[in-house]
Design a protein around this ligand. Structure first.
Ligand code: ADP
Length: 490
């Protein structure tokens, strides 16, 4: 099969969160299984060019229709750890992808509508006719709309679209300009409840809704979140749309790329280890402490890695720091905030805790450091308000770092409470789960984990190895996606 992934991220060259990991990991898995995969991405000025090999011109004269005229683009090709990636670079005063950041501009909807159109135009002009176009998140929601309303008439009539939703919170809400710009020139047709009209704001179009309505298959990134999206407020207004399209909607759990997230070969960690010999993990803990100037004492080390925003439960993250310190644990946080108020809050905490030998807060995005933290910490806390899948708990498990999570979304499908899980046998359990959003729920789960570390250390080590036995690679999800691709092709 020939599959084209179209997305706004691909790790490690463009990564703001889990989306990047998924695009890379899934593509690698599909290729390992003998399929052809190309990835189309925007060419951002701020991406990690040091992770691209052999970047060269692939197509110089791509003219992408935009409003009444056209924007000239160049397309570059290069390899990102073996994956073939095409990068679209528009040349126009809009400077769509030269903003010094991936997201957060006022015209994001225009930037990514343009990207979607340019990706289709590139496929059309270069005669690439994939069996499957796999689109991700709101940024590419208009792509299937344009494919089935426009490009189908230009010879792209056999392509099928799988659309994966990684986060319902951001849906791509825009005014009619986006229709005029992309050439979807029929306002009354698209402003319809059955098509692109936003379910709340009837004067707006909704990219994600377009993706759901027009794609051949739609999924979100865990079975439990698929249920939440349909039946709770977590669908952010799209629950009814999903219900109407239920016959083509499901949940497929993400995997993690074991060539990148693997304590046996990780090039970012000084010591390697596996579940049969955890000595390297203890050495990494020491190395992490040295790097972050923490004291080397007999205490458990708890970590948080993630975006600092409402989704991730920042108030509980904040509480976890102080609770860990109170209970005799150390705490390391690696997180970045796009919201200025959250950023200054955590900067303030960082200054406040600066001289504490048991605590380090690293504000920013740092891929290399994240590996050392996964490898050196004893526990990782994930107190999310909602979590479509969550990768940090799965990476934690792979590195023998016991997850302490809130029971929502994909966390429910991946972490099984050591003391209370009702489905898994005791020897299959792998972490701690709490459900409420108040600090007492978090505290009780943390207390159980810290207590086990101090009082029953051998049992804690068993929990570590039980977690490492889980297979959260792309093996199973890869098979599931191929099943979907096959299903929509026929
Ligand atoms: P989301 O996609 O909601 O951000 P996920 O748990 O699905 O959350 O994926 C987060 C990914 O981003 C993981 O690979 C995690 O290690 C990484 N990550 C998050 N924040 C940072 C950071 N500040 N520095 C380095 N890596 C980070």
């Amino acid at each position: 099969m020939y599959i084209v992934q179209i997305a706004s991220e691909c790790a490690p060259v463009i990564k703001a969160g889990g989306l990047g990991d998924v695009v890379y990991g899934l593509s690698r898995e599909l290729e390992n299984r003998g399929h052809g995969v190309d990835i189309i991405l925007p060419m951002y000025d701020c991406m990690r060019y040091d992770h691209i090999w052999g970047l060269h011109d692939a197509y110089r004269d791509l003219w992408v229709p935009w409003y009444g005229g056209a924007i000239h683009c160049s397309v570059y090709c290069g390899w990102v750890h073996g994956r073939t990636c095409f990068f679209i670079q528009p040349h126009s005063g809009d400077n769509f992808f030269n903003r010094g950041h991936y997201y957060g501009a006022l015209d994001d909807h225009m930037r990514f509508a343009f990207f979607s159109k340019a990706a289709l135009e590139f496929l059309l002009i270069t005669n690439k006719r994939p069996d499957i176009i796999h689109c991700h998140d709101w940024q590419t929601g208009l792509l299937p709309v344009m494919l089935f309303e426009m490009y189908k008439w230009h010879g792209m009539d056999t392509q099928r679209v799988c659309y994966t939703i990684h986060n319902f919170k951001h849906q791509g809400i825009a005014g009619p300009q986006v229709l005029w710009a992309t050439g979807l020139n029929n306002d009354s047709y698209y402003y319809h409840y059955d098509r692109l009209q936003d379910n709340f704001d009837h004067t707006a179009v909704n990219f994600m809704k377009g993706g759901i309505v027009y794609s051949n298959f739609v999924n979100t990134v865990s079975p439990h979140h698929a249920w939440e999206a349909r039946y709770s407020e977590i669908g952010c207004g799209l629950g009814h749309t999903l219900e109407l399209h239920n016959h083509k909607f499901g949940g497929i759990l993400n995997g993690i790329a074991y060539d990148i997230w693997n304590p046996e070969i990780d090039s970012y960690t000084p010591h390697h280890y596996d579940k049969d010999d955890l000595e390297g993990k203890a050495k990494n803990k020491k190395a992490l402490r040295e790097r972050l100037l923490l004291r080397d004492v007999d205490k458990p080390l708890i970590a948080f890695i993630g975006r600092l925003d409402g989704q991730k439960g920042v108030h509980l993250v904040h509480h976890a720091i102080y609770h860990a310190l109170n209970r005799g644990a150390q705490f390391v946080l690696l997180g970045s905030a796009t919201e200025p108020s959250i950023n200054s809050w955590f900067q303030h905490e960082k200054n406040h805790l600066n001289n504490n030998p048991d605590c380090h807060l690293e504000i920013g995005f740092n891929e290399e450091l994240s590996h050392l933290i996964y490898a050196g910490a004893d526990m990782i806390v994930v107190p999310s308000n909602y979590e479509p899948c969550g990768l940090t708990q799965m990476i934690g498990l792979q590195y023998g770092t016991v997850p302490i999570v809130r029971g929502v979304g994909g966390l429910v499908n991946t972490v099984f409470d050591r003391d209370y899980d009702s489905e898994k046998l005791p020897e299959e359990r792998n972490g701690y789960v709490f459900y409420q959003t108040d600090k007492y729920a978090l505290e009780s789960a943390m207390n159980r984990a810290i207590g086990l570390w101090y009082d029953y250390h051998e049992e804690f080590q068993s929990l570590v190895t039980q977690g490492m036995e889980y297979d959260y690679s792309w093996n199973h999800p890869g098979e599931k996606y191929l099943g979907v691709y096959d299903y929509i092709r026929h």
